[in-house]
Write a protein that binds this ligand. Structure first.
Ligand SMILES: [Zn+2]
Length: 323
């Protein structure tokens, strides 16, 4: 009995914690991005699609193991003034000079970290390093997708300042889990070369920041029309009862947002594929066929397992801020 209680508490904590876009959506975004690639890249990405999909969540798992990881997933951009935040230099060295590293780390660094991982992926392509290409592709997909989530660009990231706690996971986990497979159109077209990846990702972050107000305001409005027992429902998952936003509430919210979650998911998929493609082009379009039969080394596999273990042993306790 006691054991069951402990287990329940732990799982509840995990379910309530932010996974950024949720594990479901991150996997989906990376998985679908593969289909947008040109044949020269598909030859390597298709046989490794499962890895790219599974590894999409590694950066979130790392948040349970390493303190520096947290700020890579968001930017509380409203800390730096008003939209479009001209006081905040877009160039990393200028931003450090103006605000200092501590401030930047406190309020999040996602647009810069995307560019760091893009650099790592480009280098991996140049060196034809199979394992680094795969790992950095998967992780770049994660950070790009996070930059598309409106509440990842707001200091009111979980509605904690406006009595809307829980809205973070509601928007990026509950909604896609309920709707993506059934209702979203994921026919997106092809990856495109991005001339200025820095400007591209800042544009997406600014869109997110602009939409975060809508995300919060619409939920406040809907909340007025629902009693708490209509707003929430209880569902059993693996022996655990979890409280979540009811299906009716979720559907109504989606209607009010007029396809925003679907749109941001589609844009994420396009951006992820386009960044992979851009890295490959900037590396001189290396022939990837010789890498097709390569496998991960024992060292790689050990590293993957270690991260998994750390995450499992963390009891759902994130290092840094909770969402
Ligand atoms: Zn994340």
């Amino acid at each position: 009995m006691f054991k069951k209680f402990v287990l329940t508490t732990v799982l509840l904590a995990i379910v309530q914690t932010c996974f950024c876009w949720g594990f479901f959506a991150h996997r989906k975004i990376n998985h679908l991005a593969v289909f947008l690639l040109p044949p020269e890249m598909m030859v390597l990405y298709k046989p490794n699609q499962e890895f790219i999909t599974e590894r999409a969540t590694a950066p979130d798992q790392r948040r349970y193991a390493i303190a520096e990881e947290g700020p890579r997933h968001y930017i509380d951009i409203d800390h730096y003034g008003k939209y479009p935040f001209p006081e905040l230099p877009r160039k990393w060295s200028d931003a450090v000079a103006k605000f200092g590293m501590d401030t930047l780390m406190t309020y999040g660094i996602v647009p810069w970290h995307v560019q760091v991982v893009l650099g790592r992926l480009t280098k991996a392509f140049r060196e034809k390093d199979f394992s680094r290409i795969m790992v950095n592709s998967a992780e770049l997909g994660h950070y790009i997708a996070d930059a598309h989530v409106p509440l990842h660009a707001s200091s009111n990231h979980n509605g904690q300042l406006t009595d809307q706690k829980g809205i973070h996971a509601f928007w990026e986990s509950r909604i896609p889990e309920l709707s993506a497979d059934k209702n979203y159109d994921f026919f997106i077209g092809k990856a495109e070369y991005i001339k200025d990846p820095g400007a591209f990702i800042w544009d997406r972050v600014l869109e997110s920041a602009a939409e975060s107000d809508t995300v919060l305001a619409l939920e406040r409005e809907l909340n007025k029309k629902y009693s708490p027992d209509q707003k929430y429902s209880f569902e059993q998952r693996n022996d655990v009862i979890i409280r979540q936003y009811s299906t009716a509430y979720t559907k109504d919210y989606e209607k009010m947002m007029n396809g925003m979650v679907e749109r941001r998911m589609r844009q994420s998929i396009f951006a992820v594929a386009s960044f992979w493609y851009t890295a490959w082009v900037n590396a001189g379009q290396p022939d990837l066929k010789p890498l097709v039969n390569q496998k991960f080394s024992e060292k790689d596999i050990k590293e993957f397992e270690e991260l998994n273990q750390k995450w499992k042993n963390s009891n759902g306790k994130i290092i840094g801020r909770e969402e």
